[in-house]
Design a protein around this ligand. Structure first.
Ligand code: ACO
Length: 324
């Protein structure tokens, strides 16, 4: 079959919802000053969800995966490929995908993680699509799952207000009908330092800072141009134009990046799925979370053309254009 097509979506947020007011109070107790007004005005974020200490990324991914399987009318054993996009794996190894496979009660099919930070879901979907079109897989579970709260430096107000935890999933199936129309992914490692968690495990110790550091303005400046480029590349490859897009489903980092991207693509914000106000930036989980919310809210309908796009640490960026 020449195409891959999404046949089910799911998502999960850990129950603990932390509003800006909650976070402002918590940070004040640590001597860190911020405000609801600053966070809303600069980012659009009003709340995020944080996982409890005993929860790992595969737990969030499991709930999202179960929902996606149910929406697709499938059982875990029907899946012959599992890819998890995450930068917050349960363990250094094995992969979160292997752990998730076991929790789902499946076994035998290939399972691996993709690490491209906030672009992770775009990368994972691109890999799954390629494997399905190559005939290596017929039904793929593609999950984005993150617990970024573990990486946050709560002394750094410029980053700790931005992120949240969550998971989203899709089931992608080989199909005679499109499906994924085109994909476009990139990386440029010269920008490693503007967004990273520099620490690593060495000799039983963590060497280097195991917390997120970011030059927010540098990220912002790079992000908008790169996103427009990837979006246009997918449109060109598919022979479509901006006018053909029913919904833009961007990585949910910041409302202002989304507005700038929409403006560059000459799209009104009424065609952009926005969940950042409730989720914060959930990195690789944000796009499948937003997609699933839009599907369940009846916004995204079967047959519509969707443009998914994201940027993240690496620097990495990319887009996927598809018929839903
Ligand atoms: N509360 C109050 N004040 C703050 C806070 C805060 N949480 N954070 C920063 N400030 C202050 C700064 O200290 C600075 O004060 P100063 O002028 O006295 O020095 C002032 O606010 C302005 O800071 P800027 O960094 O210039 O603020 P900016 O308008 O650039 O907004 C932000 C910062 C929101 C991080 C922005 O740069 C941004 O959105 N960048 C994109 C980064 C992003 O979204 N990354 C997500 C991860 S990457 C990805 O997913 C693509």
């Amino acid at each position: 079959k020449p195409y891959s097509r999404i046949i089910g979506t799911g998502s999960y947020l850990p129950p603990r919802r932390v509003t800006n007011a909650d976070l402002v109070a918590d940070l004040a107790a640590r001597g860190v000053e911020t405000s609801d007004e600053w966070i809303v005005e600069r980012t659009g974020i009003r709340a995020r969800h944080f996982a409890e200490a005993d929860v790992v990324s595969s737990d969030l991914g499991l709930e999202a995966a179960r929902q996606a399987l149910q929406a697709a009318g499938l059982q875990a054993q029907d899946i012959d490929l599992i890819i998890v996009a995450t930068s917050t794996p349960d363990m250094v190894f094995p992969s979160t995908a292997s752990i998730l496979q076991h929790k789902l009660g499946a076994h035998g099919c290939p399972a691996f993680d993709v690490q491209a930070v906030c672009s992770g879901f775009i990368y994972a979907l691109t890999v799954a699509d390629a494997m399905i079109r190559a005939g290596t897989a017929t039904r793929a579970l593609v999950v984005g799952s993150e617990i970024f709260s573990r990486l946050l430096n709560f002394q750094d107000r410029t980053t700790c207000v931005l992120f949240g935890d969550g998971a989203g999933a899709v089931v992608l199936e080989a199909s005679d009908e499109p499906g994924i129309l085109s994909t476009d992914i990139h990386a440029d490692g010269k920008h490693v330092d503007i967004l990273c968690v520099p620490g690593h495990v060495s000799g039983g110790q963590v060497t280097g800072l195991p917390l997120l550091t970011m030059d927010g303005q540098a990220v912002f400046k790079l992000a908008v141009g790169l996103l427009e480029g990837a979006a246009r590349a997918t449109l060109n490859k598919a022979g479509l134009t901006e006018a053909d897009i029913d919904w833009l489903i961007p990585h949910q980092a910041n409302i202002r990046i989304m507005q700038s991207t929409a403006r560059k693509l000459k799209m009104g914000m009424d065609k952009v799925v926005v969940t950042v106000q409730e989720h914060g930036n959930t990195s690789a989980a944000s796009i499948p979370l937003a997609l699933d919310h839009a599907v369940r809210a009846g916004q995204v309908q079967k047959g519509q053309t969707l443009l998914l796009e994201g940027v993240g640490g690496g620097f990495t960026w990319g887009a996927v254009l598809l018929k839903f």
